[in-house]
Design a protein around this ligand. Structure first.
Ligand code: GLN
Length: 229
């Protein structure tokens, strides 16, 4: 593919969905910013390539890899279904789905979610989990923030979304919502990785760059700067 033929000094275009703080959000200058954006730019520096980050809908990232974009970095969980379409780099971050409910909600266990209306972002692992809950109605949104707004307005009973954005939204809507660790609902640990075209030589190159960024302290510095852990 064209993406696999990129040579030193080339430009790589990575897709993201800048609605997922602290991993990606729209910065004050209107451009995508966040941990993933900084990480992929640092990867580009290691590879001697310029990286451009394009903001698009999460649900169209995977199908755009190898055509419109060279890869995606979007807090994207490695799943078997996605692996049928793309190759993933080594994982760079561990996550779990969290459940956001209104501050006065009694929802505390996975059984409490049965027959409820559950909001999530379209095409995410949070959506897939909500679809597996017995009798539940999965209500999907292009932007996670719209799901949380609907929760606050009483249009959905819960939102399922990854831990770190859940914590950001919990702070943003302080007093109106609360968050529950999905581990208490039996949700499994997930791993984020960079998605690339199947068979791309970029996989090995990016894995090497990630290893170098961990060894030289850049990776931990970005975690501290953007995620604060
Ligand atoms: N980690 C989740 C997934 O991969 C959500 C990612 C996102 O919304 N950016 O589906």
């Amino acid at each position: 593919t064209e993406a696999a033929d990129k040579t030193e000094g080339g430009v790589l275009v990575f897709g993201t969905n800048a609605e997922f703080p602290p991993f990606e959000y729209v910065g004050d200058d209107g451009e995508p910013d966040g941990f993933d954006v900084a990480l992929i730019k640092a990867v580009g520096e290691k590879l001697g390539m310029e990286v451009q980050v394009e903001n698009m809908e999460f649900d169209s990232l995977v199908s755009s890899i190898g055509n419109r974009i060279d890869g995606a970095i979007a807090g994207m969980t490695v799943t078997d279904e996605r692996k049928e379409q793309v190759d993933f780099s080594d994982p760079y971050y561990e996550a779990v789905q969290f459940v956001i409910v209104s501050a006065d909600s009694d929802i505390a266990t996975v059984d409490d979610l049965k027959n409820k209306t559950i909001g999530s972002q379209l095409g995410t692992t949070g959506m897939f989990l909500s679809e597996d809950i017995e009798g539940a109605t999965a209500q999907t949104y292009n932007r996670a923030i719209d799901a949380v707004n609907d929760l606050v307005n009483g249009r959905v009973d819960a939102v399922i979304i990854d831990k770190n954005p859940a914590e950001v939204f919990n702070t943003k809507f302080e007093g109106k919502v609360k968050i529950i660790d999905g581990a208490e609902f039996g949700f499994e640990t997930e791993e984020y990785a960079i998605a690339l075209p199947k068979g791309s030589e970029l996989v090995d190159q990016i894995n090497q760059a990630l290893e170098d960024l961990k060894a030289d302290g850049t990776f931990d510095a970005l975690v501290a700067q953007y995620i604060g852990e």
